[in-house]
Ligand binder design. Sequence first.
Ligand code: MD6
Ligand code: FE
Length: 224
Amino acid sequence: MTLNLFDEPAPAYLQPMAIAPGAAILRGYALPVADALMQGVEAVLAAAPLRHLVTPGGQTMSVAMSNCGALGWVSDRRGYRYLAVDPLSNQPWPPMPNEFLALATRAAAEAGFADFMPNACLINRYEPGARMGLHQDRDEGGKEENFSAPIVSVSLGLPAEFLFGGLQRKDKTTRWLLLHGDVVVWGGPSRLAFHGVAPMKAGEHAVLGARRINLTFRWAGLDD
Ligand code: MD6
Ligand code: FE
């Protein structure tokens, strides 16, 4: 028998860990490309700076956001939606760096979602104290209400406590600590699950300093 490292199944601690039907954490999956991802993040942010969006209710979000890819998620007094153009510059969002796309597609496949082709990547920057209330990601469906694509979420920098609930806001949540390099993939029966991020604790990450960067990859349809 020929020993080939690459034919070996991944060790148990590297297997996707199911947190709900259709949802899994891939611990450390993005670590080998974390530096390349951060270079991509800095390049995108140079062209499309982080900004604190306002919710339709008029609250300024504590998380700062930007986007890359064909479509970008935005919020303002008029509502939540995907736009092809950055409203700050009136230019298209920066393209998705190749290593973003490659990682997202590979992670999705690892979690059981073949052929994931994201056209939107939301970049979230958390500083200590920033949080994200429980929400569903449901602006991607477009007028077809198509939620067949999963979401792939990459955590970089400071640890975050991630809350994962059910299909109704009142459903009980579980808590998961997400560390630098962790990837969460969810879709199928969990695609519209409520989730959020607890207020970030103070800290210094060796590479990113006092911040957490989260990349969420989506396939978004258009409303018209
Ligand atoms: C965050 N993430 O982890 C916030 N949404 O910073 C999300 O809201 C999210 O991580 C959908 C799927 C994965 C996520
Ligand atoms: Fe979300």
